[in-house]
Design a protein around this ligand. Sequence first.
Ligand code: AGP
Length: 608
Amino acid sequence: MCGIVGYTGPRKAQPILIAGLKRLEYRGYDSSGIALLTDEGLMVAKAAGKISKLEESLGGNEYNCTHGIAHTRWATHGEPSQLNAHPHTDVDGTIALVHNGIIENYRTLREFLSRQGYTIKTETDTEILVHLIRYNYKGDLTEAVRDALNQVEGTYGIAVISIYHPNQIVAARMGSPLVIGNGEGENLVASDVAAMLEHTNKVIYLEDGEVATITPDKIEITTIHNVKITPHIEEVSWTLDEIEKEGYDHFMLKEIHEQCTTLRNGMRGRLKWEEGIPILGGLNMQYDELREIERVIITACGTSWHAALIGEYLIEELARIPVEVEYASEFRYRAPIFTDNSILLAISQSGETADTLAAMREAKHHGITVLGLVNVVGSTIARETDGGVYIHAGPEIGVASTKAFTSQVLALSLVATLLGRMRHLSVQQGQEIIDSLIKIPSQLEQILENETQIKEIARQYYKADNFLYLGRGINFPVALEGALKLKEISYIHAEGYPAAEMKHGPIALIDENMPVVVIALKDPVYDKVMSNIAEVRARNGRVIAIASEGDEEIADRVNHVIYIPQTYRLLTPLLSIIPLQLLAYHIAVMRGCSVDQPRNLAKSVTVE
Ligand code: AGP
């Protein structure tokens, strides 16, 4: 997703803006640019490719100016190129604008502006917006932005500067997140807090339909209809360390290894052992409301959708409540049927995924209680739901989700146990689950200690062109997630499948060139999975098994075994996913891939 950074204050803007863009690289991008307000007017530099290309284009110059905006672009309209990169300027270079989002009616506006004599230089929707602001400009930049945005349909997070308003940044938000950083005698604006954390932890989250006028010592906010809004300053608890690599080669590896800590953080203060019950005050639901729930719809995208599938097993088995899991992008365009006493659970690490946000709004529109399982505090989904559970995974920088996934599964385990205890689960049954949860972080640590073996397996298979991942029951979604991890960071085609389904088609793919990863834990379907493994081996397939510690028989029946500690059956995904995360990571590294910022991917997809 695009990244926006703006600065206005007493210090040189250029180094602050470039450093801010680098902290947003993880969002995924294909070009970047900067606009600085110098004594000679607007200086704009743009480059396709990584931020280092932008720095090269600046040619070592450090401009003596204290006010500017910068951008990393993830192309939606118009190919990745220097011409299409942001900032975009008006016809005579008096206004510069950066944008995240999509102007849906840009063609209509383009025709309107062309009729007014404007020359449009690029294929982007963003350029239309800066000309529209110029068209509406009558001496007040904020007013011109408001008037222009009232003609716009679509989503935006924008920052605008002008030579006529030195030290002023105008920012506005509709659907694409923007946060203002309130410093000492200086202020910033950015797509997320990572870009400003080294300067301030005091932030103001802009809401949809709000416009901010930012100067070094003032922040004024109105709606796009010029209704004054009182800024609400919050303090961000994240530290700079949490967004640094801390000695790891990649953020992804750091985040895989952080999971012992993040799971402890996700449980802290939420386990009431004596009553065998999780405490989830953020749900904002009384016990009798929880008892009345008759149907749960879980909606999400990507990895979060895999966590949702695990949530289905957890809630249906522990609480005996029917659950349906929906791809958010599909759900919002179906004519979904909402029944009484249904709730919708939106799962999203970023809390900004456009499809998930729209699905949640669709349910809300039908009067359904919507809850969020979100990582980023203050994100749009978190703020628009009726309640929820913050997963406390800390900032996840690697584009491929790892610690957020296990924290989502943990949160779902807590929700399912709570719903179960509201119905038929006994105190003892609740205590059994809690006891198992408390052991998970140290068991996870044990698996991480086995990384060398996993790296060795990666070395034998990193040149494969295809992988198949198989699992049954609650480990089928784990197979899907393991396949997605490999796909998105190593670019190897990988498919997750229910183990039994392999016979109904994919078995045609099996040969000595097709590594097959099988989650074969000591559970009620173990014998069935062993039969599936035999079917693979009979066709010269090579099997990498994730197995339960103490399982002596499996070693002779597969090519490689990675053991994980035994735990409560419904909690095994918290452990069985770890070897698959490490396998994908090491294969991607051996293939020389960009692990933290895989090609074409974005950390948060805030466009449809
Ligand atoms: C997962 O590794 C991917 N980064 C992607 O599938 C992601 O899970 C999906 O885009 C949903 O993001 P969210 O959890 O922030 O909503």
